[in-house]
Every structure is written in structure tokens, then in C-alpha cells.
Ligand binder design. Structure first.
Ligand code: GLC
Length: 447
């Protein structure tokens, strides 16, 4: 390393710390901007928060049922059977989980839905459920949907690196039905079509009435909450004093301070200019941000190149899982595959990983604060936030940083906010939404 490396490196790292900082003042601005965008989105005005009506209602906790569940996430697909006991307890039994083959993100629409129908078909076959009976299926589809009812919705746009052609603008429940029919499974009825956040909220509130916010912190990030139906101007749901789940698509929120790394990352994505908050928080992008920083440092001689060049030369090769391992490790450089590094190199690498992840967690905390204060400005009641996703579940320190952000914004009142991990909530909640059923009188189009 040349003579300037240390001071240069300290200068680089301290600039990096400033670039990834989210101060309390920043967070307050984000909360205010969130409220403006929420208001606009609900009124059908241009907004980076889509505020999509889902036609899913608040469960009572007494709904019963046994339904098939198909859950398409950003990285996995799961098929299972959900059982609701009518007493606030719901579980996913007999689950088949598979990692989505990478190619599936860009195959044709028919191939994607045939693949999903194939997963349902093998699930039924393997369990001897091949009796061609009429069955209800709850379908979790973790992308933005413009819904016209609880059982139909058009894909608004792809996110999380998906580019499958011929699906945007189409009703994904109809595409699934067509693929199921091609497999001779036409007796399967789509009884609910829900976004994964809506599923998480439905599952959380089935178990606990105080739950009013559903959040996903995984490959992507998003949230939904219960809104007074009459405040949703973009659908015919007014009049009734009832609540509907609104899918915010907060990953697309864009009124925040980005840094040069965010700009660099955004430019090379298939959806440049969109999903800006998601690209700062979620599991798909955290590793990539760190990769960009480390590759730059290596090129500038501020870190040794090590021997594992492929990880730092290949976009998205550095995963959030790897980052988590580095944060946990006594030698973060080795954990990332930088062999031959000195201890202080390892320390620098560890600092970079923690910095980038902490910003993501603090932004997630600020976004949660925005939705809670929208519902309850003075925090008069307790709030339970149902959360699913590997980042929240497994990334070291992520939830502590989220909590810390809430404390900075709300002071002692933050203690009234509980985070509840709802594993498999996205799928279970789709079954809950189906069991609650549609409400007559709610429909697409402005009131
Ligand atoms: C992306 C999708 C959104 C989904 C989230 C979490 O942001 O657009 O619909 O809820 O990922 O999976």
C-alpha cells in the first residue's frame, strides 16, 4: 500500500460515513414528505407512493378455513396449505419451498405462470391430492397490482430485477388460471389475490387487533396499512365506515437524499429512476452498494484486491447474506473473500458493511414512523407492526437500528410500537384475506 493510503483511506471512509448518514432532521423531513405523497396517492394525484387499493378488509380473527396458498416472492416460491382455526391462530402446513431459478425473471409470461401452476400441481400430486376436487387458492403476488377486486389485479410494473415480458397491464389471477387449466387444474379457484405486504398485515391482524401495519424487509421492501375506505378516492369504497388495506409500494418513494453510490447503482438497473427507497434499504441492493464501494476502494489502492476478484467484479455477486456474515465475523474481509488483508483492512470492510446496512434500517424506521404517525399523530394507542423478510429476521443489528430511529423520532412514546415477526405471513395472510372475503359495493374506479 502506498504512503498516502492511510490518510486517504480515512478521508474516504469519513466521507462515506457522511454520505450514508440519516440524521434525525433527515428522518423528520422524510416523514413529512411521506405524508404529502400518501395524501396525493390516495387522491389519485401524481405521487411516488402508489397507495393501491387492495379490496382486502380487516379480519375479525374468527374466520375459519383450509386453503391452498401460492406465494411468489422475489427470491422464493412457496406452495402450502393454510389452516385458520377461527381463534386467531393460522398456520401454513405442508409447505413446498423452492428458490426461483434466476432465468425465470426474464422468461415469457406464459412460462412464468406455467412454472407456478407446475409448483401447485406437484404439491397436490405429491400429497395424493389428485382428486380434481374444487379447491380455493390464495395467491400472493409480491409486485404492484392495480386491483379491481379481491380476486383480480393487473401488474403495474415489475420490480426487484424481474423483466418477464407480456405481463405488465395483464390480470395475473387470470394468467394463473389459464396456466392451471393447461394442467387440467381448472377446478382451482383464485379466492384472493394479494400483495405480500397485505398478506403479512392480514396474518398479523388475524392474530392481534392492535396490528395495523404490514411491512416486508427482504429482497424488496414495501408496506401496507388499514385506511378508512372513504379516504381512498381512487376506488368506489366510500361511505362505509370500514377499513381497507392499502398497498403503499413505499419502495418507490423518491423524496429523499441520495448519494453518488445510489446514483451509480440506480443507473445500471432495469428500472432506473424507480424504486429509489427500495434500492437504499432492501436485501437485493445492500450487497450491491457495498460491492460498488469496495470495488472503488480496491481500484484506488485503498484496499487490497485479494484473490476473489469475481465477487467484486460481478454485479449483484455480493449478497446480503454474505454481508450479514461479514458483520458477524471477527474478520469481515475474509468473510467477503478478500484474502491477504491486514486486520485494519478487515475493520474498514466491517465498517462499510455496517454503515450501508444501518442506513437501510434507519430509513425503514423512518418510513414506519411516517405510516404510524399518519394513522395516529399523537401516538395515543399502541401499534403492532407485522414484519416478514430475511433482512429483518436475520441481519445483525437491523431491527435495533430501526428501533433506534423510532426512539429518536418519538422519544419514550416509541415504546408503544411493537415489531412482530410473522414468518410465512405473506402466504398465511392471503388465506386470511380469502376467508374474510370480498365486500359487496366495493369496486374499481373513483367514487
Ligand atoms: C417490491 C414490490 C412490492 C413488494 C416488495 C416486497 O417492492 O414492488 O410489491 O411488496 O417488493 O416483496
Amino acid at each position: 500500500m502506498n504512503g498516502c493510503a492511510d490518510p486517504c483511506r480515512e478521508g474516504f471512509l469519513s466521507r462515506l460515513r457522511d454520505e450514508f448518514l440519516v440524521t434525525r432532521a433527515d428522518a423528520r423531513t422524510i416523514v413529512g414528505n411521506f405524508h404529502q405523497e400518501m395524501r396525493r396517492g390516495l387522491a389519485g394525484q401524481p405521487s411516488s407512493l402508489r397507495m393501491l387499493p387492495t379490496f382486502a378488509r380487516r379480519p375479525r380473527g374468527t374466520e375459519r378455513g383450509r386453503l391452498l396458498v401460492l406465494d411468489l416472492g422475489g427470491t422464493n416460491v412457496r406452495v402450502g396449505e393454510a389452516v385458520l382455526d377461527g381463534n386467531g391462530r393460522a398456520e401454513l402446513t405442508a409447505v413446498d419451498r423452492s428458490v426461483l431459478p434466476r432465468e425465470i425473471m426474464s422468461v415469457s409470461g406464459a412460462e412464468l405462470f406455467d412454472f407456478l401452476a407446475g409448483c401447485v400441481d406437484s404439491f397436490l400430486r405429491e400429497r395424493g391430492l389428485d382428486d380434481r376436487r374444487r379447491r380455493d387458492l390464495a395467491f400472493t403476488f409480491s409486485f404492484p397490482l392495480e386491483q379491481s377486486s379481491l380476486v383480480s389485479g393487473r401488474l403495474v410494473n415489475w420490480t426487484k430485477g424481474f423483466t418477464v415480458p407480456g405481463v405488465v397491464g395483464k390480470d395475473v389471477a387470470a394468467l394463473l388460471r389459464a396456466s392451471l387449466a393447461r394442467r387440467g387444474r381448472e377446478r382451482i379457484r383464485v379466492a384472493a389475490l394479494v400483495n405480500d405486504t397485505a398478506g403479512t398485515l392480514a396474518a398479523g391482524s388475524y392474530a392481534d387487533r392492535a396490528c395495523d401495519l404490514g411491512v416486508i424487509l427482504g429482497t424488496g421492501t414495501n408496506a401496507c396499512y388499514f385506511e378508512q375506505a372513504e379516504r381512498i378516492e381512487t376506488c368506489r369504497a366510500g361511505g362505509a365506515a370500514e377499513e381497507m388495506i392499502v398497498n403503499m409500494e413505499w419502495g418507490n418513494f423518491n423524496r429523499l437524499r441520495t448519494n453518488p453510490w445510489d446514483e451509480l447503482l440506480d443507473r445500471t438497473t432495469s428500472n432506473a429512476g424507480r424504486q429509489r427507497l427500495e434500492k437504499m434499504i432492501s436485501g437485493m441492493y445492500l450487497g450491491e452498494l457495498v460491492r460498488l464501494v469496495i470495488a472503488k476502494m480496491m481500484a484506488a489502492g485503498l484496499l487490497p484486491r485479494g484473490t476473489n476478484h469475481a465477487v467484486f467484479a460481478t454485479p449483484y455477486a455480493l449478497t446480503a447474506e454474505r454481508l450479514a456474515a461479514a458483520v458477524r465475523s471477527a474478520d469481515p474481509a475474509v468473510a467477503l473473500g478478500i484474502d491477504g488483508a491486514f486486520p485494519w483492512d478487515g475493520e474498514a470492510v466491517g465498517r462499510i458493511c455496517s454503515l450501508v446496512a444501518a442506513r437501510g434500517a434507519r430509513l425503514a424506521g423512518a418510513a414506519i414512523a411516517a405510516v404510524i404517525s399518519w394513522r395516529d399523530g399523537e401516538l395515543e394507542t399502541g401499534h403492532v407492526v407485522a414484519i416478514d423478510g430475511s433482512l429483518f429476521e436475520k441481519f445483525p443489528g437491523f431491527r435495533d437500528n430501526m428501533r433506534e430511529m423510532l426512539r429518536e423520532l418519538f422519544g419514550p412514546r416509541a415504546a408503544g410500537i411493537t415489531f412482530r415477526l410473522v414468518p410465512d405471513g405473506s402466504g398465511i395472510g392471503a388465506a386470511v384475506a380469502a376467508a374474510v372475503g370480498p365486500r359487496t359495493g366495493w369496486g374499481a374506479g373513483p367514487c
